[in-house]
Design a protein around this ligand. Structure first.
Ligand SMILES: [Zn+2]
Length: 238
């Protein structure tokens, strides 16, 4: 950093550094956006609480919260020969057209929805809303070989409109009627703030490519990019 310093400079970088360090207690760091809001809330309360008993209660609450998050990851990673785990989630909406035009940003746009289901390391892609999600999961289940499997575990974030609803549960009950060899279906919803699921890894790879594309006009352009990371299944009603 100091090598690029201009020797002609009247004021050296060290001068500013000294002011920053001695006169202000300033530090620089990357802003984090993935911190859990419950953790932030509890940390704040613990810091402000003067009553030692209440402080201890808050610390216990935080510990329980973190243990629950840990328990979720354990469930997600659990492997067994007679169990299949699917995790699914929606990618953030992909605007169409994607153009670097200010007025487009403030206009209502069409979105391309990408809903991803991951089984082990394989992937599948679909679009969204509770009905469509239930259909997409149903389709994926029907395409899976459950020979020798007793348990199906589904992991999804607990978003009521999309995943945590009676439509999904009714669909699963209906599907189970046709697949009586299965003994158990588990649906796992992680606690808010602490989940990183396999679909997030797929979205990360897709978004890395999308970031570099300033202009995207056709839905096919999105689909081609998604296809390099997953198997595409298009839903008919959109
Ligand atoms: Zn948390």
């Amino acid at each position: 950093m100091f090598k690029t310093e201009n020797p002609q400079s009247v004021v050296k970088k060290s001068y500013f550094r000294a002011i920053f360090n001695q006169d202000f207690n300033l530090g620089f760091g990357n802003p984090r956006t993935d911190v859990c809001s419950k953790c932030i809330e509890l940390d704040g309360k613990i810091k402000m609480e003067n009553d030692q008993v209440k402080k201890k209660d808050l610390m216990i609450e935080k510990r329980v919260h973190r243990l629950r998050a840990k328990a979720f990851f354990k469930l997600l990673q659990e492997k067994s020969d007679d169990m299949i785990t699917f995790s699914f989630d929606c990618q953030k909406n992909n605007p169409l057209p994607k153009v670097p035009d200010q007025s487009a940003y403030y206009s209502r746009q069409i979105y391309l929805y990408n809903f991803t289901i991951v089984q082990g390391s394989s992937k599948n892609e679909f679009p969204k809303t509770s009905n469509q999600i239930a259909s997409a999961v149903y389709d994926r289940l029907n395409k899976t070989n459950f020979e020798g499997i007793n348990t199906v575990r589904l992991v999804a974030d607990g978003c009521g409109g999309q995943n945590k609803n009676s439509i999904l549960l009714c669909m699963l009950s209906r599907w189970l009627l046709d697949n009586t060899s299965l003994k158990k279906i588990e649906v796992v919803f992680p606690i808010t703030g602490h989940f990183f699921m396999p679909p997030d890894r797929v979205f990360g790879n897709i978004e890395k490519v999308l970031k570099k594309q300033e202009v995207i006009i056709r839905p096919e352009d999105y689909i081609d990019i998604i296809a390099t990371n997953a198997t595409i299944t298009k839903m008919r009603d959109i």
